[in-house]
Design a binder for this molecule. Structure first.
Ligand code: ADP
Ligand code: MG
Length: 389
């Protein structure tokens, strides 16, 4: 689960991490008023669930309130496309108005879960800011990493080693040690999957400030934080992802044309691989899970069909816990309800498979049966190539 920069900064501030003075606004007039409060000279920052805003025109310095109004009008009216949003971009619905800080140096710090070691990992670089991806690619030696032992936690001497590696000395170095310890505390207490401050700045006056913040929470821990669900900004999510969430389905939008309904994440990955092998491009990844009901399968199928990029549907289900005839009924029910004429290939195996296949063959839908995963993938790519016949 992701949140906005301004929300992440508020949380960080609650852990004693200093942030610039700011306000959030929903209209251009509010932006103008907030800019006036800041004395006119301030930074206008589009709030979207993606980074890379600076380079895409989503972070702008303004010098008087009317200018803030103009910039806000422009931002509110458009979808911001950054290197992290994909070509469709994200709508700007909220703007952060922040005091313009005089920056002396920009650093990168983050704590994230390292899946390989199953531990939190602290990452830092003295070359933070908007070019961090470039630094990671061209000079990886400038990125410092530390895996944190969950039993001892982050120790002050380790945080100090990182602060020194960033080239900090004296009071600012000690401030940075405290900041890193607080960042780790925040990760643990807030069940963060990622906390990133980029840039962490030293101001010309010598203060340490979190100038940008990105935070995402571990979805499996959301139930432990009653306030989290209310923090979600649904305007930043794909509407189909929201619907899928309601039915407890894992749905991820991809860029191709073949909708994929699969049970189990492992099988989903294998399905995407095999489809690609046959020259097909998946439009999504929809995992109905282990013990899905007929209704759930029907909902999943409808979600796939609602995506206008989908020109064919590939169902690959292993009916271990799920019965194949129940799955077939779900598919027929959903496809008939929305009058689906798209080509469908169903590959299934497991209990009641013959009954399931028979139901599909007699359904009158534009459906073919895949005997194996390869056979199914080959068939759907072929049907798609023939314009659905
Ligand atoms: P993004 O990472 O999405 O590009 P940032 O919030 O990091 O957005 O802003 C991009 C750059 O803009 C920062 O690296 C920093 O140099 C500058 N910047 C951001 N906020 C301020 C501010 N309040 N005062 C001065 N400069 C800022
Ligand atoms: Mg940033």
């Amino acid at each position: 689960m992701n949140i906005h920069e301004y929300q992440a900064k508020e949380i960080l501030n609650g852990f004693g991490i200093p942030i610039p003075r700011s306000r959030v606004a929903l209209t251009a007039d509010q932006v103008e008023r907030a800019a006036k409060e800041m004395g006119g000279h301030c930074v206008i920052k589009a709030q979207i669930y993606a980074g890379g805003r600076g380079k895409a025109g989503g972070v702008k310095v303004v010098h008087h309130p009317e200018q803030a109004n103009d910039v806000a009008k422009e931002l509110f009216g458009k979808k911001l496309v950054t290197i992290q949003t994909g070509p469709e971009g994200l709508k700007v619905r909220r703007i952060l108005i922040e005091e313009a800080v005089e920056i002396a140096r920009e650093f990168y710090v983050s704590i994230t879960l390292d899946r390989e070691s199953s531990r939190y990992c602290l990452i830092a670089s003295a070359e933070g800011g908007v070019e961090i991806e470039e630094v990671a690619r061209k000079s990886p030696e400038k990125i410092h990493m530390l895996t944190i032992d969950p039993f001892t936690g982050l120790r002050p001497y380790q945080a100090r080693k990182i602060a020194l590696a960033l080239g900090l000395t004296g009071v600012v170095c000690e401030d940075c040690v405290e900041l890193l310890l607080n960042l780790y505390k925040c990760c643990l207490e807030r069940d963060c999957f990622l906390v990133e401050i980029n840039p962490l700045v030293v101001t010309k006056a010598g203060w340490l400030l979190a100038m940008d913040a990105k935070m995402s929470f571990d979805d499996n821990a959301v139930y432990r934080h009653r306030e989290y669900p209310d923090m979600v900004d649904y305007s930043q999510l794909d509407p189909l992802e929201i619907t899928a969430g309601k039915y407890d389905l894992a749905y991820i939008k991809l860029s191709g044309s073949i909708g994929c309904m699969v049970n189990g994440a492992g099988l989903a990955m294998a399905t995407l691989d095999v489809l690609k092998e046959f020259g097909g491009e998946p439009a999504n990844f929809l995992d109905v899970g282990g013990g899905a009901t007929r209704e759930k399968v029907a909902e999943a199928f409808k979600i796939i069909l609602e995506d206008s990029d989908v020109k064919a549907v590939f169902v690959n289900i292993f009916g271990g816990i799920m019965r194949c005839d129940v799955i077939a009924q779900g598919i027929i029910e959903a496809a008939s309800e929305v009058k689906c004429i798209l080509p469908i290939v169903v590959r299934m195996d497991g209990s009641h498979v013959e009954e399931g296949k028979k139901l599909l063959q007699e359904s009158g839908l534009n459906v073919q049966i895949g005997e194996t995963l390869g056979d199914g993938a080959g068939k759907i790519v072929k049907m798609l190539g023939q314009g659905g016949n």
